[in-house]
Each structure stands twice: as structure tokens, then as C-alpha cells.
Design a protein around this ligand. Structure first.
Ligand code: ADP
Ligand code: MG
Length: 370
């Protein structure tokens, strides 16, 4: 069991701040996912935890002890990279055993650990093969096996599935979730830019925001359970990043505020209500209203849009509506029989699904979901 704690952690390369003011606790046994756009510092943050990069400011604690200066080998962490990094001339067995031989463990203990990991990763028939005789998915499982045999308190994964094709990615994702359940007490810290991986694997998502460390702002945009970020994004950046397809954003302004409801008028005239815990908004204050494509009611409601693009996905369709006064198209998920380009369609925006953001991008809090 290991508790990882980062206090005011920052990282700079020369004059360039890459990460700023990271405050984060990863609880023992937790599956924590770092996500964010490319270049936001996910790998750097993981490497700070691993000890592969030096922390510029702040403190990293593992189980209460400051470990800023502890070398990687003494942190009881094991890292799995996107590139597998297997030794080509060694068999699967020797690749997995290598670190343990280095630690001078007895042969029978090494054998026990390698066999157990191979069994749990379905590699038992492949132990004598060389990496070049394995598929990408099998190689990635060997890389994971090499981490498992070390019996670490913390697993660190940096985009371990990015080199696999789509089908294998899903399979391996399920395998990693199973491994985490089976190894109950080990924490996993997992970097990905794939939000389906983040949503499906994480107990806790850490969403990092690029380009703000240099402005002296904290790099973490929001931390929480995946559904917390989905239902209660704290600001426009989180709202636009989490969810696929992305949330729709509509320009508007405040008309009136009640304790649990904001009434707003969209550019274009439509009046919309939103169930949010509203502070004193000034009538006329500019707002951005957000609604996810799956929450737009298609076929009924006071709104009107013109179908400008249609995508049929089989189980549902994606309907892009041009709405008067709005630059961006409104994307709705749902099927209306016989719908075609150019049709005029009514739509509704249910007040309990509408998000409201002020001009500075901050969201007005929404009541907890029932
Ligand atoms: P991510 O994994 O989120 O894509 P990285 O952590 O790899 O992002 O990189 C974050 C930022 O830090 C990038 O802008 C990158 O160019 C910069 N960076 C990473 N490593 C170094 C380095 N050794 N020297 C200078 N800049 C670096
Ligand atoms: Mg990276």
C-alpha cells in the first residue's frame, strides 16, 4: 500500500515552466489517470513520480516520507512505457526475469513470480519466444509482466496502449482493469490522451491544462471521479475536453436569476433555463451555455434548427443543426425517422442538463445528480 502526495510541485526546464503548483493525493490502491492534450505535461508528471526527472519546486511524498531525492530504484514503483522497451535478444521469460536477477533473488523465487505473471497475462505458452516473434499486444503484455514480477507498490503506465490497433486496445484495457482489481493494494498511475481509457479505467482523473504553467497558474484543471468531471466540469476547458463528441457551446446572456435557476437568452433569441446554483448574476451578463449532444431533445421543444449535416452511426445518428444567431452548429444525438438535409427541426434543451459558464470560463455549480 502506498499513498502518493504532491504538494505545490512544479517542473521547469531552464526558464520554461512545464508544470506549476500541482497538488494531488493518490490513495493506496487507487487507479489514477493523468489526461490532457498533447504537450500538457502528463509524461513529465509521471516521470517526476517515478524519479526519472528532478522536481524543481515542491514536495513529493510516498507514505508520508519526502522522496524528492530518492533514486527510482528505491521508490518501489515500476514503469511501463508505450515503446515496450524489451530486450530483443532475450526470451519472454528472461525479459521478465531480468530485473529480479539483477536484484539477486533466488532462482526458484524468480521462477514462481515469472510463472504467476505469465499465467495472469496469458503468456504461459510464449515464455521461450523472442520479442520479434510476438504481436504488438503480446509484447505489451510482456512489458506489463516485467512490471508485475517486481511486485511494486505503484505501477506507472505511460500511454501503454497507444501502439496497439483499436480492437486490441479495448481488449488490453479490459485486462488492465482486471489486473488492477486482482492486485487490490497496488496503486496505478496511468497516462493517456484517450478519454475513453480515462473514463473507463479511472477511480480518479487528473485533467491537465497546457500552456498555463508559464503564466503561473496551476496545471491541474480538475481532479475527480470520471462522472464528476462529466457532470460537473468546473470550467469551459474541462467541459470541452471531457465527453466525446464534445459538449455544445451556445452564446447568450442572462435574463433573470432565481436561487436554483438561471434564465438566459441565446444570441438568436431562444430563451433557455438552466438548473444551476446561481449567484447574483447581472441581467445582460454574457454567458456561455453548454449542453452535451446526448442531452439535446430532438423533435420537440421551443428551439428551431436546420439540419446541415447528418451522420448515421447505426445505433444512433448525429444531427448537426444550424441555429439562428449561433456560429457553431448544435450537435444532437438521436434518430428521427426520415430526417434529411435542409429539414427544419424543433429541439429542446432540458434545464437540468444545461451548463452555464461566466465570461471568465468558470462554471456555475449545478445541483448534485439524483
Ligand atoms: P505530454 O506527455 O502531456 O504530451 P510531456 O510531459 O512529454 O507532455 O511534455 C510537456 C512539455 O515539456 C512539452 O512542452 C515538452 O516540449 C516539454 N519538455 C519535455 N521534456 C523536456 C526536456 N527534457 N527539455 C525541455 N522541454 C521538455
Ligand atoms: Mg507523453
Amino acid at each position: 500500500m502506498s499513498r502518493i502526495e504532491l504538494r505545490n510541485v512544479g517542473k521547469r526546464y531552464g526558464d520554461v515552466a512545464v508544470l506549476h503548483d500541482i497538488n494531488l493525493v493518490i490513495e493506496p490502491g487507487e487507479f489514477c489517470v493523468f489526461i490532457g492534450p498533447s504537450g500538457c505535461g502528463k509524461s513529465t508528471l509521471l516521470r517526476l513520480v517515478a524519479g526519472l526527472e528532478e522536481i524543481s519546486t515542491g514536495e513529493l511524498r510516498i507514505d508520508g516520507r519526502v522522496v524528492n531525492d530518492l533514486p527510482p530504484a528505491q521508490r518501489n514503483v515500476a514503469m511501463v512505457f508505450q515503446s515496450y522497451a524489451l530486450y530483443p535478444h532475450m526470451s519472454v521469460y528472461e525479459n521478465m526475469a531480468f530485473g529480479l536477477r539483477h536484484q539477486k533473488l533466488p532462482d526458484d523465487e524468480i521462477d514462481r513470480r515469472v510463472q504467476a505473471a505469465a499465467k495472469s497475462l496469458h503468456l504461459d505458452g510464449l515464455l521461450e519466444r523472442k520479442p520479434k516473434a510476438l504481436s504488438g499486444g503480446q509484447r505489451q503484455r510482456v512489458a506489463i509482466g516485467r512490471a508485475i514480477v517486481r511486485n511494486p507498490k505503484v505501477f506507472l503506465f505511460d500511454e501503454p496502449l497507444s501502439n496497439l490497433d483499436a480492437g486490441l486496445r479495448i481488449k488490453t484495457r479490459v485486462e488492465i482493469a482486471r489486473l488492477h482489481r486482482e492486485m487490490g493494494s497496488a496503486s496505478m498511475v496511468y497516462v493517456t490522451h484517450d478519454q475513453v481509457e480515462a473514463m473507463t479505467l479511472a477511480d480518479k482523473i487528473v485533467l491537465l491544462r497546457p500552456d498555463i504553467a508559464a503564466r503561473g497558474l496551476p496545471s491541474i484543471a480538475q481532479v475527480g471521479h470520471p462522472l464528476q468531471l462529466y457532470h460537473h466540469p468546473r470550467n469551459l476547458f474541462v467541459a470541452s475536453f471531457i465527453g466525446s463528441p464534445a459538449m455544445n457551446f451556445l452564446r447568450g446572456s442572462a435574463v433573470a436569476c432565481e436561487p436554483q435557476c438561471v434564465r438566459a437568452r441565446l444570441a438568436g433569441g431562444l430563451e433557455v433555463q438552466a438548473q444551476v446554483l446561481a449567484p447574483a448574476l447581472q441581467a445582460g451578463e454574457e454567458l456561455t451555455l453548454g449542453i452535451r449532444p446526448e442531452h439535446v431533445l430532438l423533435g420537440s421543444g421551443p428551439g428551431q434548427g436546420v439540419v446541415s449535416h447528418l451522420e448515421h452511426l447505426g445505433e444512433t445518428s448525429q444531427v448537426y443543426l444550424q441555429v439562428a444567431g449561433q456560429e457553431a452548429m448544435l450537435l444532437a444525438k438521436g434518430a428521427l425517422p426520415g430526417l434529411k438535409l435542409g429539414d427544419r427541426v424543433p429541439f429542446g434543451l432540458p434545464p437540468e442538463q444545461v451548463h452555464v459558464f461566466r465570461a471568465d470560463g468558470q462554471a456555475l455549480p449545478r445541483p448534485a445528480q439524483a
